[in-house]
Design a protein around this ligand. Structure first.
Ligand SMILES: [Zn+2]
Length: 295
């Protein structure tokens, strides 16, 4: 099946009230593991790349691998650049073959977020590439990069400052012509220390206003019922990373502790960790309701 962008995929999800799982994949093994589950579940899927995994020559290697995987997978696959802030880098990713990109201007003043998002949209749409933007700010703390900012421990003085403001949404979408929008309604990136409080009333209000499908970041560790309710309230794309890493790393630690020697071939060592990662993907696909959507 072909590589697709997010437009048709997420509009179908919105119309039929389900969500699509979006999984950050750092390498070939993770990408194959994710697409195998998507095929098994007959579900569309979004493979995402993070800037840290795409430095230097790695961008080209990553894209070569992922484009081939998308082409050989029997369900629709979107290749989406996650959380990018550098417009020149985003253009390079579009030129290289991503079918979708996120410009994250969520920490910028809104006027600047609008102007830069629009610049990305203008470029991306010339190539049929879709764009996700973020309005409000989902708490930072991408695993492995402590410089990004706070983590799920963060308590903001006034959390409402970081939530997506309904009064800004229609105008933002209108001015930028963005294809989907990440909203901040109480989830956060990384691993939760406290159970998140999802502002469902706010989400429902945003869903009534939004002309485009909405995206939830910080899906990892968000309780199952909260994810289901978020999808029922309009979330069409659910981002997952930390939970996959945790499942993989716990299992690999266990495998290494049990091993009688350390000269283990990677394909042997990675087998069970990748199966654990697949179980996370399987569970999220079931939760968002995207299984059996592809005939
Ligand atoms: Zn995110």
């Amino acid at each position: 099946m072909a590589l697709v962008n997010l437009k048709g995929m997420l509009n179908h999800a919105r119309k039929n009230k389900y969500g699509v799982g979006a999984f950050d994949v750092s390498n070939l093994d993770m990408a194959i593991a994710v697409t195998q589950v998507a095929e098994e579940k007959k579900s569309p899927v979004i493979l995402m790349g993070l800037t840290l995994d795409l430095q230097g020559d790695r961008l080209e290697y990553w894209l070569d691998n992922m484009k081939k995987i998308a082409k050989n997978t029997s369900v629709p696959v979107a290749l989406h650049l996650d959380h990018a802030t550098d417009i020149d880098f985003i253009k390079k990713c579009i030129d290289g073959g991503f079918s979708s990109v996120m410009f994250d201007g969520s920490m910028l003043p809104i006027e600047e977020n609008i102007a830069k998002t629009k610049k990305v949209v203008d470029y991306a749409h010339r190539f049929g590439v879709t764009v996700e933007a973020e309005l409000g700010h989902v708490g930072d703390g991408i695993v492995g990069n402590s410089e990004v900012g706070a983590d799920k421990n963060t308590v903001f003085d006034n959390p409402d400052d970081y939530l997506t403001q309904p009064g800004e949404l229609a105008d933002f979408i209108d001015q930028t012509a963005v294809d989907c929008i990440a909203v901040a309604v109480g989830t956060a990136h990384g691993i939760y220390v406290h159970e998140p409080k999802i502002h469902f009333d706010r989400l429902a209000e945003l869903n009534c206003i939004s002309a485009v499908p909405m995206v939830m970041h910080g899906g990892s560790g968000t309780p199952d019922e909260a994810i289901k309710k978020s999808v029922a309230t309009g979330i069409c794309k659910l981002n997952i990373f930390s939970e996959m890493l945790t499942a993989f790393n716990i299992t690999i630690k266990d495998e290494l502790e049990k091993a009688s020697h350390m000269a283990i071939w990677p394909h042997t060592l990675y087998q069970k960790p990748l199966e654990a990662l697949q179980e996370v993907v399987r569970q999220k696909i079931d939760l968002v309701g995207s299984a059996q959507r592809i005939k």
